[in-house]
Design a protein around this ligand. Sequence first.
Ligand code: AMP
Length: 299
Amino acid sequence: MEKTVQTKEMVRITTPDEMRRFIRKQKEKGKTIGFVPTMGFLHEGHLSLFRKAAETSDCVVASIFVNPTQFNDRDDYLAYPHDLMRDAHLAEEAGVQALFLPEEKTVYPNGNEVTVTIHAKTDVLCGKSRPGHFNGVATVLAKLFNIIRPDSVYFGMKDAQQAAIVSSMIQAFHFPIRLITCPIVREPDGLAMSSRNARLNPAERKEAAVLSRGLQAGLAAIKAGERDFDAIVQSVRSYYTVHLKLGEVEYIDVLNYPELKRRGASLSGRFIIACAVRYSHARLIDNVTGTAESVSEPG
Ligand code: AMP
């Protein structure tokens, strides 16, 4: 296998016992562990997290596990794209030292007998439209955090609601872990990179650049002085009404971040403008975050 960055071979690990042995050895050598959980079919968004982890942790562990409990649509789960050979190569090049590839039965030895339930930040955005999704995410992460015992974990702002919920979970369960969030990596036309983009047909792919442009319209409204939450939502909605022909808007919302509530009657402080749009075989999400008092340039 061709290598450009690393001098050491990446190891592939499939069992929790083997993973624990690997981690113990690293910790004996005084190394800090950076962990990046993924569902695979890697793209530049994932690789940016691996690179950030390689810069800020001594040893980078990544997992690829398509977690069944976070899918509320069985067809979406079954259709989730895979390419392990390619993923392993990309992960190694981006600085991953150990790739954890557990099987479902080792991650869920007792099925769903014991799970994590999230009681806040889940009644909005994706939590509202995907009931149980974040419980599945939190459950699998609690397991992975316990197996890998990372010093730092790396999450993308592409899934900003997930990052906010993981932050709450780390606090609530006293995981001795630092959460590092990384910016959204986009295609040249602005489309946020996602494994699900592979399921867009060519016309949908072309149109999908509209998602981020609509969010920019919301940012422009804030920049122009708009502070009414619903009016900002409306500026995004109006953009989509004109420019989205194939995609169907699932939600558009403006909330304070990371609490994911509207803090007052008008917008102040840190915020998120978020959307979800459904295409024939892919549901896309995107968002922009900022601080109302310092939004200067849209983007
Ligand atoms: P996934 O494989 O979709 O579960 O994503 C794994 C991690 O990669 C999550 O922390 C995502 O937020 C992050 N991620 C996915 N897409 C992007 C992107 N376009 N930019 C930055 N991070 C991303």
